[in-house]
Design a protein around this ligand. Structure first.
Ligand code: MF3
Ligand code: CO
Ligand code: CO
Length: 289
C-alpha cells in the first residue's frame, strides 16, 4: 500500500533493476559498494563539455518521455521503465543503477519525499507531485537533471511551489559567474525562497559532475557563506538542484536508507540542471534539443 490513511506516502514494493545490454559501457562504480576516489578537478575542455552535453541531452530526452506519461494511475516504476528505455535506447547507462547499491534507473520522489525516492508500485493519484531525476553516462561522462511533474490537477499551493522552485533554480544558475564563490548560488536561491516562507533544504546539495557522478565539489542551495568558498571558474561543470518545501528544511530518512522525506511531511519540489560556466555566465548542458 503506497499511501497511509492520512494520504502520506509509505514504502511500496521495489522490483528488480532493469537489464542493460552488455554492449553499453558501465561507469566504474557499478558492482562496487562506493565509487573509486575522484582525483580530477571540476573544469573541462570543450571536447569534454560536448560529451557531458551529449549525456545530458539523453537524460533530458528521458525526462521529456516521462513527463508525457505522468498521469493519475501510473506507477513510479512504470515511469522508471520509460526513463530507462530512453537512456539505454540511446546507448547510454542510467547512472543511478548500481550507484552505491541504488537499485533503479531513476529517482521518483512523490509529495513530501525530498529526493532519492525509489521507483516502486506506488500508484500516482490526481493532485500528487512527482520529481523524476535521471542521470545518463555516455562515453565516460555523466549528465544529471530532474524536474517536478504535476499528476493531474494540483493545489494552488503546490502549483506555486513548483513554479517558484523552477525560478529558484534558474536564479541560482544565472548567479554562477566566474570570480564569485559558489556560495553566491545558495544565497540567491535562499533569498528568493524566503520571500514565500519556503524551507530550503541544506543537507542535499548540488555537486560537481562530469567525469564522475559526484566529484566532491559541493554547491549549497542556502546561504552558507563563508563556507563553500570555492571560486567559480570558466569551464567548471556542476549541478544546481534546489529542493524547496512548504514547511521545514529538516528531513528524515526511511529505513531503505535512500528515501528522504520532510520531517513535517510538508510538500517539496525540486528542479535540476547540469551547467558549464562561461566567461559571461552559465550555459545549461541538460537540454533535450
Ligand atoms: N541524481 C541525483 C543527484 O542529483 C543523485 C541520485 S543518486 C541515487 O545528485 F543513488 F540516489 F540515485
Ligand atoms: Co545531481
Ligand atoms: Co540528479
Amino acid at each position: 500500500m503506497p499511501f497511509d490513511a492520512d494520504g502520506h506516502i509509505i514504502a511500496g514494493t521495489v522490483s528488480s533493476g532493469l537489464p542493460v545490454d552488455t554492449h553499453i559501457v558501465r561507469p566504474p562504480y557499478v558492482g562496487l559498494p562506493h565509487p573509486p576516489a575522484y582525483t580530477g578537478d571540476n573544469t573541462y575542455t570543450e571536447a569534454e563539455i560536448e560529451k557531458i552535453r551529449a549525456a545530458g541531452r539523453i537524460a533530458a530526452q528521458a525526462l521529456d518521455a516521462v513527463g508525457d506519461a505522468v498521469r493519475p494511475g501510473i506507477t513510479t516504476q512504470e515511469l522508471d521503465r520509460i526513463a530507462h528505455e530512453v537512456v539505454v535506447g540511446a546507448g547510454a547507462y542510467p547512472s543511478t543503477l548500481g550507484y552505491r547499491g541504488y537499485p533503479k534507473s531513476s529517482c521518483t520522489s512523490v509529495n513530501e519525499v525530498i529526493c532519492h525516492g525509489i521507483p516502486d508500485d506506488t500508484v500516482l493519484r490526481d493532485g500528487d507531485l512527482v520529481n523524476v531525476d535521471v542521470t545518463a553516462y555516455l562515453d565516460g561522462y555523466h549528465g544529471d537533471l530532474n524536474r517536478t511533474f504535476r499528476v493531474g490537477t494540483v493545489s494552488e499551493d503546490a502549483e506555486l511551489l513548483i513554479q517558484r522552485t523552477h525560478e529558484a533554480m534558474m536564479r541560482g544558475i544565472k548567479a554562477a559567474m566566474p570570480g564569485r564563490e559558489v556560495n553566491i548560488i545558495g544565497r540567491v536561491i535562499e533569498t528568493y525562497a524566503k520571500r514565500f516562507g519556503y524551507g530550503v533544504v541544506r543537507d542535499f546539495t548540488g555537486h560537481g559532475v562530469g567525469a564522475a557522478f559526484h566529484t566532491g565539489l559541493i554547491i549549497p542551495h542556502y546561504d552558507s557563506a563563508p563556507l563553500f568558498g570555492d571560486v567559480i571558474k570558466p569551464g567548471m561543470v556542476f549541478t544546481v538542484e534546489p529542493m524547496l518545501t512548504l514547511g521545514t528544511h529538516e528531513w528524515e530518512m526511511w529505513e531503505d536508507n535512500w528515501t528522504v522525506v520532510t520531517k513535517d511531511r510538508s510538500l517539496t519540489a525540486q528542479f535540476e540542471h547540469t551547467i558549464v560556466v562561461r566567461e559571461n555566465g552559465a550555459e545549461i548542458l541538460t537540454l533535450s534539443d
